[in-house]
Design a protein around this ligand. Structure first.
Ligand SMILES: O=C(O)CCC(=O)C(=O)O
Ligand SMILES: [Fe+2]
Length: 318
């Protein structure tokens, strides 16, 4: 990899910590809604403040993340899943800096406890309590954002069904510093396939985002406690591509390890994503047939899915 880094940039910073800002219909809600829409139109993502998750909780979450990666490889590899990219991922020759583990249905107490018991056979109640609280609170922010998006397009009558058929996976990632003078690949460029992704990281930067003109910017958080909210392919499909998912990657430099946590909302097994009729008109012809997310994800991980410029269009485009 080259030794050059791309320019740093700030994203729009939206404040979900204001009282009432997560209460539908409040003046704070109404003022944030167009800002969410505008930021997503421009960048496909934004930075969010959300002090429902306190600094103490964020500190505990990052310590818990470090605790996971300190475990021996055999322990981490016990985190298995029949779904691709849901269990332990690591030891990939092309991505030597990267390792991650996921908890599927991370807002469900038993699922978090099962994950903890898999990693620590003697249990780790502290970990479970911290992580469950984090996933639960952050999933509330995710729902607020999705609801604001739906209202901004006048499709709020479909939102309850959309919200009620959602699961959340929480992924813990570690990227080692390359320990050279070069910038090295942590994670290859991609868009996420789910609905909405919310990321939080430690103090080591590395996330890069592709702007509309195709250039790359390095994300630099405005405050250590903020989150990046990003829309992903399945949500853009639901919106008939009125918003676009952002292409992103992780590039690492220096000696320090970067830790990140991603909360990914995705449609529950068996649920179908169908573009609401309000999103279709002469100017915006229907782009996707109704699709099942699980089937789409299986296709995405096939050779044809990986080779397609847009896996979603290849899978269910009109
Ligand atoms: O670590 C990050 O900030 C990004 C992770 C990511 O893009 C992913 O897991 O899909
Ligand atoms: Fe991603």
């Amino acid at each position: 990899m080259g030794s050059q880094s791309c320019p740093s940039s700030k994203l729009p910073l939206l404040d979900f910590s204001m009282p009432e800002s997560t209460k539908p219909g409040s003046s704070e809600w109404e003022s944030l809604k167009p800002q969410v829409r505008e930021a997503l139109e421009e960048y496909g993502c934004f930075e969010a403040c959300f002090d429902e998750i306190s600094s103490e909780l964020l500190g505990a979450v990052l310590r818990s993340t470090e605790e996971i990666f300190e475990l021996p490889l055999e322990s981490k590899q016990r985190n298995v899943s029949e779904k691709p990219y849901h269990g332990y991922v690591g030891q990939i020759p092309q991505l030597p800096l990267y390792e991650s583990l996921g908890i599927d249905e991370a807002t469900v107490t038993e699922r978090v406890e099962t994950f903890a018991n898999t990693l620590w056979p003697q249990g780790n109640p502290n970990f479970s309590k911290t992580i469950e609280s984090y996933a639960e609170k952050l999933s509330e922010l995710e729902k607020v954002v999705r609801k604001m998006i739906a209202e901004s397009f006048g499709i709020e009558k479909h939102i309850d069904e959309n919200l009620n058929s959602t699961n959340y996976i929480l992924r813990f990632s570690k990227y080692n510093g390359p320990n050279t003078d070069d910038v090295e690949l942590g994670m290859a460029q991609h868009t996420d396939m789910n609905l909405v992704t919310i990321l939080h990281q430690n103090q080591v930067d590395g996330l890069e985002l592709q702007t509309k003109d195709g250039s790359w910017i390095k994300f630099q958080p405005s405050t250590p406690n903020s989150f990046i909210v990003m829309i992903s392919e399945s949500l853009t499909a639901w919106l008939n591509v009125r918003l676009r998912a952002t292409c992103h990657r992780v590039m690492m430099s220096g000696n320090e390890a970067r830790y990140s946590l991603g909360l990914y909302s995705y449609p529950k097994d068996g649920s179908i994503i169908e573009v609401p009729e309000e999103m279709v008109d002469e100017e915006h012809p229907l782009l996707f047939k109704p699709f099942n997310y699980e089937e789409f994800l299986s296709f995405y991980y096939t050779e044809a899915g990986q080779a397609a410029p847009s896996a979603l269009r290849a899978f269910c485009g009109m």
